[in-house]
Ligand binder design. Structure first.
Ligand code: 5GP
Length: 112
């Protein structure tokens, strides 16, 4: 079992977050340090530390995270213009919080 993170506290409502979506599998909330006008994090309620720790039993959950990102982009009005979905893995990939999460961000031109 991986260590608890700040995202467990958000899931438990022990610290506040600007929640934009929740269902039985995932929670989505605004990133505290947004890199674009729209920047949401989509996290599973089940704690998985990194994508390297995911197994085939997590396949449907990972797909659900992606489809949730697309749905939230549509609801934010940025789906047609375009947006980015990103998951950082481990230190070299820029991961800081060890509870997997999808970044979904857009609302400005994203070069490169
Ligand atoms: P990572 O670098 O692990 O892929 O991304 C972690 C993200 O979580 C960062 O973009 C950071 O701004 C965000 N973050 C860290 N702590 C908090 C928090 O307490 N609340 C919210 N809403 N976002 C957070």
């Amino acid at each position: 079992m991986s260590e608890t993170t700040i995202f467990d506290k958000i899931l438990a409502r022990e610290i506040p977050a600007d929640i934009v979506y929740e269902d039985d599998q995932v929670l989505a909330f605004k990133d505290i340090a947004p890199r674009a006008p729209v920047h949401y994090l989509i996290i599973p309620k089940q704690r998985i530390a990194t994508l390297n720790d995911a197994t085939p039993t997590d396949q449907a959950l990972l797909g659900h995270m992606m489809l949730t990102a697309a749905q939230l982009a549509r609801e934010a009005g940025i789906a047609e213009d375009g947006y980015r979905v990103q998951m950082n893995v481990n230190k070299g990939g820029g991961q800081v919080v060890y509870h997997i999460h999808l970044h979904m961000f857009g609302g400005r031109p994203l070069a490169e």
